[in-house]
Write a protein that binds this ligand. Sequence first.
Ligand code: DLL
Length: 433
Amino acid sequence: MIWNEAMECMRREDLRKLQGIRLKKVVERVYHNCEPYRKRMQEAGISPADINSIDDIVKLPFTSKKDLRDYYPFGLLSSPMSEIVRLHASSGTTGKPIVVGYTRNDLNIWNEVGARCFSAYGLGKNDVVQISYGYGLFTGGLGAHNAVETIGGTVIPMSSGNTEKQIMLMHDFGAVGLACTPSYALFLADAMKESGISREEFKLKVGIFGAEPWTEAMRRELQEKLGIKAYDIYGLTEIIGPGVGHECEYQDGTHLCEDHFFPEIIDPETGESLPEGSQGELVFTTLTKDGMPLIRFRTRDLTNLNYEQCACGRTSVRMGRILGRSDDMLIIRGVNVFPSQVESVICEMPELEPHYMLYVDRINNLDTFEVHVEVKEEFYSDEMSKMIDLRKRIAHRLQSVLGIGPDIKLVEPRSIERSQGKAKRVIDKRKFN
Ligand code: DLL
């Protein structure tokens, strides 16, 4: 179902006009209400008068994660605190978190885009949806929660953790939708199997998965294990939270809510805009937010954009799978490696569970790279030769995909730690040397 046909199916020429009008307004807002933005624009020699269409966006300076840290906690707000009704934060790996303030209007926008997502997954007022994203400063729980309420569905505000209860309530309350990270969904899939309740006794049909990179291979795995359709939901705290983009019934790219969040793809090295279809760093400008609008915010997420119209009727651009954040990229013996590439290979091999860890270290000035992966119960064997053969095949596949051959360690089923939120799949000890 399409929640807001006028906006989601707007002719692209009209959309660009609307984006231009909104851009001018938001640039005026930050220029007049937020000192760091005004200063930066003055330094670049531009003023709101120079912004007259969406094409002018390239004249504006970028905003980075560092800016959000430098102006912690409230330095980038464009509304007075009296207008801010909610705060969210995303925890960085080190130091202070990134804080975002929302006005009432911002929360309404969030509900609107969230409703578009959940409608696109085919959910509506008759559906019960279990929200197993964490609640709190993380935007996942409350964001998905309000989206489901907006479409009139019934929310089970579970949050993450307490797996047995997750399974019991999912069953007893007849949840049709499950919203959580793909890694937690895997964990819950195993727990459902172990619960002794047969799959047919659950009503689950739709998975709403995001907050971390996941691959097509992982989608197949989850769809099969849970007997559902698994859809992507994308978002980031700085921009609004879950709801920046969503898949539709065709599962062929993540539609971005472009009337609110204008996307660009740039070369992460030079900052230059890249031609349509190129892979690069995703940049967003919030076109309608009041509390903390961001201009040309560099997400560090690597992806590509497809402007061809989708069969669903929406005209909005579709984002490809996120390869990872540029900061997730490992450089091992000079070769660029994304954990998602390893995931694709592992999920394609029938003998392996989709649970894996990457260990990187530097010993005697040489990078070491180990992949630990669980072998399925039925393939786990005492026969040495079988296991050696399997290791060889995995190493060979990884070598051809990555251009570098890791050491493979096959581990017993259930021996790799499960995640209840965003999975941590890399331990890079070189950082601590
Ligand atoms: O993860 C918001 C969210 C919550 C999205 C629930 C979807 C569902 P942050 O904690 O600020 O916000 O992390 C944002 O997570 O820049 C991406 O690197 C990654 N990410 C989010 N969604 C996806 C996705 C939330 N669908 C960062 N696919 C983003 C791949 C994703 N990566």
